[in-house]
Design a protein around this ligand. Structure first.
Ligand code: DGI
Ligand code: FE
Ligand code: FE
Length: 205
């Protein structure tokens, strides 16, 4: 059953992240949690549960590749060959399992937001979109290209911000000759189409 926000002790979860994450990663986490809560207020999502997703989104970030793979297997999350070759991608799925098994999160929406915060996926929930976006725009992120416009878009239209972020990420990965997770590309294509539909219907700017 879905736990309500009040059943999760935010102070306890914050303390756990403070204990397990290096200082800079912890500060990033608090930035994501605050921005995610703000975006939830703006876009009519549950503020407290979205904040919990922000607090825990990088909870597996510092584990070894082996530990992350073990967690994914334990949680029945398939590990793709791209993820095996690029273990940085694994902390999202592993984090989802850790949030459930160590931090007692049973809320599927929160777990989904952690699970998809790195690549995104087509057809995300509002909470999933918010955590994905907050991860990119939190105040501690350095000024990546177009950051001001992305921050503005995030508080206007989540899909618009998603497309801007995904395009930036794909450009960045291509410039570094990094392998692109098909999910990152699929997500970008999906939301570009969504945005076109909305613009056609006069919904987005
Ligand atoms: O964990 P954070 O640093 O806060 O942010 P994140 O969860 O978005 O992870 C960022 C890392 O994920 C960064 O090293 C780039 C990588 N990433 C995202 N999409 C892809 C990717 N790496 C590869 N190889 N392919 C992708 O499609
Ligand atoms: Fe992350
Ligand atoms: Fe993050």
């Amino acid at each position: 059953m879905k736990k309500t926000a009040k059943e999760y002790d935010r102070l306890e979860l914050i303390r756990e992240m403070e204990k397990t994450l290096p200082y800079k990663r912890f500060i990033h986490t608090m930035g994501v949690a605050a921005v995610a809560a703000g975006l939830a207020m703006r876009h009519g999502e549950d503020v407290h549960r979205t904040e919990v997703a922000g607090i825990l989104h990088d909870c597996a970030k510092k584990l070894s590749a082996e530990e992350m793979i073990r967690l994914c297997e334990k949680g029945d999350i398939p590990v793709t060959s791209v993820e095996r070759k690029n273990p940085a991608l694994l902390h999202a799925g592993a984090g989802c399992v850790l949030a459930n098994q160590r931090y007692g999160i049973t809320d599927e929406e929160i777990l989904g937001a952690i699970r998809w915060h790195t690549t995104g996926k087509p057809g995300m929930t509002t909470m999933e979109k918010i955590v994905f976006i907050a991860d990119y725009i939190e105040p501690g992120r350095k000024d990546l290209p177009g950051m001001d416009a992305i921050r503005e878009a995030a508080f206007r239209d989540l899909d618009e911000a998603l497309v801007m972020i995904l395009k930036n990420t794909l450009d960045y990965l291509e410039s570094r000759d990094s392998e692109i997770d098909p999910m990152t590309r699929d997500t970008c294509d999906y939301y570009e189409k969504e945005l076109k539909k909305k613009r056609y219907n006069g919904i987005a700017g």
